[in-house]
Design a protein around this ligand. Structure first.
Ligand SMILES: Cc1cc2nc3c(=O)[nH]c(=O)nc-3n(C[C@H](O)[C@H](O)[C@H](O)COP(=O)(O)O)c2cc1C
Length: 367
């Protein structure tokens, strides 16, 4: 561990509660979305030194991911199967409103010793909203709604009598009892558009972004942290990556090549079509998937771009590079989750801690 545990980079994994794993490819994947598989995975991850698990919310497929278990109930099940792991449940404004989410999460937090967190997703999948009869808002309007959602959640959780007049939500002297235990569930959000960054710099505890190089991550972090400072707000950053760690770099690269060679082009292109409603639809045209190539889209959140593909030493060094760029947490997807999470905990995390310690010692010596 680095001298100060707070400085240790955190690790999270994607809960495969959706079928087909984390890549849109016909390559063999020893991952499945069953409860049994996921309970065991959560226990393995906890042992391996992972801090968080992130579950996904999807109401429909349309590009692969044919079956999708619901995120909040699935997260609760994983919390019941573990002791220290924190599980981040995804909540989608529209189907959820803040009154339900505040009540539901307060109870889960109470039942699990405060180990539940929230990923407030703003939505990118128009076909999904259409299928379930939800209004589809423009890109930046979705973030305006998400921000009101987060403000309402915090208000309900902390105020004795909560009154709120927003454009999307209204509360009248609402009193939630019991309140969730302190500290309150952490609030994560995803996205990298300007609206996503601005929201993070005002209200979120954590900002999750798609995979990218340390230089590109640093640009986002600099922007968010400068704005957060101006808003007297504190926010941490999580970066997505798809890890392929093997004994040799050649083996790891061969796995990546096979994933891409066996990609399902129809599903990748359908996904590529849907995500145009995200980053490219933002007024500034940036954000998630705005610059993704076909190969990038084979992994749902540009996870190959973070390049955690190589030997344990190479991957550990690149994680520390991402940390230097401002990442506080690395969110990981794997091909064969159970065995690769275990391997990652055994061979990569200890190397990351060594590098962090060496860096802390060097900084002390230079003082
Ligand atoms: C790490 C991460 C996890 C996400 N999880 C979900 C999810 O489970 N369900 C969902 O509909 N969207 C999810 N999203 C999508 C975001 O909430 C957001 O709608 C999208 O990234 C739009 O990005 P933009 O603002 O850059 O255009 C996730 C995004 C990230 C980066």
């Amino acid at each position: 561990m680095p001298q100060n545990d707070r400085d240790a980079v955190k690790f999270a994994y994607w809960v495969p509660n959706v079928s087909g794993g984390l890549v849109i490819s016909n390559i063999e994947q020893r991952t499945n979305h069953s409860a049994e598989y996921n309970r065991k995975l959560a226990q393995v991850a906890e042992q391996a030194g992972f801090d968080y698990a992130l579950s996904q919310i999807r109401f429909t497929a349309g590009y692969g991911a044919d079956e999708q278990h619901e995120s909040v109930s699935f997260s609760h099940d994983l919390l019941a199967a573990t002791k220290t792991l924190k599980v981040i449940a995804a909540i989608l404004p529209g189907p959820w409103n803040p009154a339900l989410a505040a009540k539901q999460l307060a109870t889960i937090s109470y039942l699990t010793n405060g180990r539940v967190a929230i990923n407030l997703v703003s939505g990118w999948f128009r076909g999904e909203f259409h299928a379930i009869g939800e209004h589809w808002l423009d890109h930046d309007e979705r973030y305006r709604r998400s921000e009101e959602f987060i403000r309402a959640l915090r208000g309900i959780w902390t105020e004795e009598s909560f009154t709120f007049r927003g454009d999307f939500y209204r509360f009248n002297q609402y009193s939630l009892k019991p309140k969730p235990p302190q500290p309150l569930p952490e609030i994560f959000q995803g996205g990298s558009s300007r609206a996503a960054r601005d929201m993070a710099s005002r209200v979120s505890d954590w900002y999750f972004t798609n995979g990218n190089t340390p230089a590109e991550i640093a640009k986002q972090v600099d922007d968010i942290q400068a704005k957060a400072k101006a808003n007297s707000h504190s926010v941490k950053v999580g970066v997505n990556a798809f890890a392929i760690v093997r004994e040799t770099e050649e083996e790891a690269k061969a796995v990546l090549a096979e994933i891409i060679a066996k990609a399902n082009p129809e599903a990748v292109n359908a996904f590529g079509h849907e995500v145009k409603n995200a980053g490219k639809a933002s007024p500034e045209g940036e954000g998630n998937w705005a610059k993704s190539s076909f190969d990038d889209l084979v992994q749902y959140n540009d996870g190959f771009r973070s390049n955690l593909i190589g030997t344990p030493q190479q991957v550990a060094e690149r994680i520390v590079d991402l940390k230097r760029a401002g990442a506080d947490l690395i969110l990981l997807g794997f091909l064969h989750f159970q065995e690769e999470v275990e391997y990652f905990g055994k061979y990569v995390i200890p190397l990351v801690r060594e590098l962090e310690n060496a860096e802390a010692a060097a900084a002390l010596a230079a003082e």
